[in-house]
Design a protein around this ligand. Structure first.
Ligand code: IPE
Ligand code: IPE
Ligand code: MG
Length: 246
């Protein structure tokens, strides 16, 4: 082998940066318990961490980051914890919006906003409107989100349009999901070790690559994100085809 070919062979492959990353931000409670802190301290630390990961994603060239912040099932937690999480959402909008806007972050929401107070709904809508033209990174916040509920909502709206059954395709359903217009996530990361999707993007994740780390969400840092992307880069995505077709 020529020296040049040899050198080319030993060059590391460039990283494939996922266009769209989804993160199931799990483990705030366990992070807090390990430090003998209340669960709310874990949620606060998790929110701080989100700021760092948003910046890291934008830096690395990720275009869309969808974060699972509150599921339709999380309403079943003790009222004080639910209230604490609602307070954090409000606090993030009040305190972080200007910075996110300055960073070029476009905020979006998936889920059902109507369950929130009018005041909080207005704040979320205001944040979405303010940042709608930003292009550096789309930050899609899944709040009061459930994949099954999303599909139920889509079916209801499709039926109400009066479309005939044989006209319904996968693309029709895509158009009626909360994520309409966004590409499916390439990589879905779950922190804190659970091997389940917990109702996150069950339609859109059909061919996503999954990556699970034992690290609790508040400790999931830029180095961990880069590791997840490095693992993603090594994966062979086949979409159902034979290996020599891809
Ligand atoms: C994720 O952390 C945050 C939310 C679900 C809102 P958890 O609160 O689920 O933390 P663990 O799983 O109890 O450690
Ligand atoms: C998933 O975590 C939801 C969020 C991260 C917002 P959970 O902690 O609610 O999931 P389960 O209960 O362990 O499946
Ligand atoms: Mg959890």
């Amino acid at each position: 082998m020529s020296q040049l070919a040899d050198r080319e062979q030993s060059q590391p492959e460039p990283l494939k940066i996922p266009v769209h990353i989804g993160i199931i931000m799990d483990g705030n409670g366990r992070w807090a318990r390990a430090r003998r802190l209340p669960r709310q301290a874990g949620h606060r630390a998790g929110t701080e961490n989100l700021r760092r990961i948003i910046e890291a994603c934008a830096d690395l060239g990720v275009r869309i980051l969808t974060v699972y912040a509150f599921s339709t099932e999380n309403w079943g937690r003790p009222e004080s914890e639910v209230q604490g999480l609602l307070n954090i959402l409000e606090h993030v909008i009040d305190r972080e919006l200007a910075d996110l806007h300055a960073q070029g972050v476009q905020l979006r929401h998936i889920g059902v906003l109507e369950a929130l107070s009018d005041n909080l709904q207005n704040k979320v809508r205001g944040a979405i409107e303010l940042t709608q033209s930003n292009q550096r990174l789309v930050l899609n916040i899944a709040w009061n989100y459930g994949g099954r509920q999303e599909i139920v909502e889509a079916v209801r709206r499709i039926v109400s349009t009066g479309i005939s059954p044989d006209e319904i395709t996968e693309a029709t359903i895509d158009r009626f999901l909360f994520t309409a217009g966004l590409p499916d996530p390439d990589l879905i990361i779950r922190t804190s070790g659970e091997m389940r999707v917990s109702n996150f993007m069950i339609w859109q994740g059909a061919y996503s690559e999954y990556y699970v780390t034992p690290t609790f969400w508040p400790s999931f840092n830029r180095a961990e994100l880069e590791k997840a992307i490095a693992v993603f880069s090594q994966r062979e995505r086949r979409f159902g085809l034979a290996p020599d077709q891809t």
